[in-house]
Ligand binder design. Structure first.
Ligand SMILES: CC(C)(COP(=O)(O)OP(=O)(O)OC[C@H]1O[C@@H](n2cnc3c(N)ncnc32)[C@H](O)[C@@H]1OP(=O)(O)O)[C@@H](O)C(=O)NCCC(=O)NCCS
Length: 215
């Protein structure tokens, strides 16, 4: 991937990658970089398929389970994505390589805490990891959160040294508060992390304790 060929996105300005992302597709060698864009409302089936792939591939990374999400009827997936796309408080995003869906994430500002954006559902297909898609998904949600003028971006990440934890630390997230159960009945714990977007003085009362945020 050459830096001049990169599409413009929220991660522009970050250090260009020196290692080309070269993949063999249908006998052709391509050097397409991952791109990130917002989902459109009609793409619920793409969203559903990515989300189910994520839960099947990485069950310990998410608070939701494959069994719960598989049980949802199509109408609910369609409604969920359409309401996210239509709302200024949500940012469902998709990562693609050459038009192929390879990852997703969802930024959300809850009306109960409108000063905080939360990053959920981060996942990149194993075949496309290490090429910057995860970094672009995170940077896109951070850029959106800045535009929404919130004080921080929060998330929960399963405890342990993982690519996800390293990715978030590189983006500037810091642990905040004690680990919380990933989901009811699970032995796994998720570490709440926070990226402050405003100066400490503006953060005021929000300095201590983060509510549990699991993706
Ligand atoms: C976490 C996750 C989303 C990261 O996605 P990704 O697309 O691989 O992320 P990136 O490519 O941006 O960065 C990952 C690594 O590749 C490296 N990298 C990024 N672009 C690269 C490139 N062009 N060439 C070589 N290496 C590259 C990064 O430095 C990073 O290295 P490190 O983790 O070993 O320090 C992915 O691993 C995943 O889906 N994991 C399972 C689900 C999960 O844990 N989700 C998080 C829920 S909270």
């Amino acid at each position: 991937m050459s830096s001049h060929a990169e599409p413009r996105h929220a991660a522009d300005g970050l250090r260009p990658r020196l290692i080309p992302n070269v993949r063999r597709q249908g006998g052709l060698v391509t050097n397409a970089a991952p791109t990130v864009r917002a989902f459109s409302a009609g793409e619920w089936h793409v969203y559903r398929d990515l989300r189910l792939r994520a839960l099947a591939d990485s069950p310990d990374a998410f608070g939701s389970t494959l069994a719960e999400e598989t049980a949802r009827p199509d109408a609910e997936w369609a409604r969920r994505l359409a309401s996210g796309v239509d709302s200024q408080m949500n940012l469902p995003i998709i990562a693609e390589v050459d038009g192929e869906p390879i990852g997703l994430a969802w930024g959300r500002i809850d009306t109960s805490d409108p000063d905080v954006a939360v990053l959920y559902q981060m996942w990149v297909a194993p075949s496309h990891r290490g090429a910057g898609a995860g970094r672009r998904l995170v940077e896109t949600v951070i850029a959106w959160a800045r535009v929404r003028n919130v004080s921080s971006v929060d998330l929960g990440v399963t405890c342990g040294d993982s690519p996800a934890r390293r990715l978030y630390e590189r983006a500037g997230f810091k642990p905040i508060g004690e680990p919380q159960p990933l989901r009811a009945g699970s032995k796994l714990a998720a570490q709440p992390m926070r990226l402050p977007l405003k100066a400490a003085a503006e953060q005021g009362h929000r300095a201590s304790g983060a509510a549990r945020r699991s993706s």
